[in-house]
Design a binder for this molecule. Structure first.
Ligand code: HEC
Length: 172
């Protein structure tokens, strides 16, 4: 199965298991457990962790970097949006993990008012799909976690699990 299909199947099964797609907020996004430097919320979805001194978890930092290499040209720095594409720092307040995965994998095209704005499909782009969770948690932190604009001042060390994942995903 292609990675793109795998992501879609995962997204569909996640959608199927949730009855309503409720808005995201700080409480929902609260980290309840951590494994190898990766945090999850009460529903088991990836989330961010920002310490009192501003130190972010590795994945949030990595997502900041990936977002600013592959998404910001359209969605604006720090997810604030542009005249071409929506402000993801707002969109993510009303979007769950599965919806995010399927939009990024499949893309979207909004044709109307004589204007055609295209969200490209990233399901075949390793620089994005190997870091989907990273980008998700970064944007989630921007949307509901009060993460300030700009490069996070301090970050956790890169966990071995992140190195292993990167090697197998980018190498395959
Ligand atoms: C070439 C410009 C472009 C790039 C690059 C781009 N997007 Fe988009 N994106 C768009 C446009 C335009 C829309 C709105 C499409 C629509 O409304 O149908 C959009 C919509 C979205 C949405 C849905 C937002 C909402 O409010 O419903 C998400 C999520 C998203 N993009 C994530 C990403 C991520 C993550 C990346 C980087 C991996 C990215 N985009 C890169 C142009 C882009």
């Amino acid at each position: 199965m292609s990675v793109r299909k795998t992501i879609l199947v995962l997204a569909m099964s996640l959608i199927g298991s949730s009855v309503i797609l409720a808005a995201d907020d700080k409480q929902k996004a609260a980290a309840v457990s951590e494994q190898d430097g990766k945090y999850v919320d009460a529903e088991g979805n990836p989330t961010f962790k920002i310490q009192d001194d501003g130190t972010v978890d590795w994945y949030t930092f990595s997502g900041y970097r990936r977002y600013h290499s592959d998404c910001h040209v359209c969605h604006g720095p720090d997810g604030v949006g542009s005249s071409y594409a929506p402000a993801l720092a707002n969109s993510m307040k009303n979007m769950d993990y599965a919806t995010f995965l399927s939009i990024v994998a499949e893309g979207r095209k909004n044709v109307g008012g004589g204007k055609e704005n295209v969200m490209p499909a990233f399901g075949e782009n390793k620089n994005v799909y190997c870091y989907l969770d990273d980008i998700y948690v970064y944007l989630r932190a921007r949307a509901v976690g009060d993460a300030p604009r700009g490069r996070p001042p301090k970050k956790a060390d890169k966990p071995q699990a992140a190195k292993d994942h990167e090697k197998s995903c980018m190498g395959s």
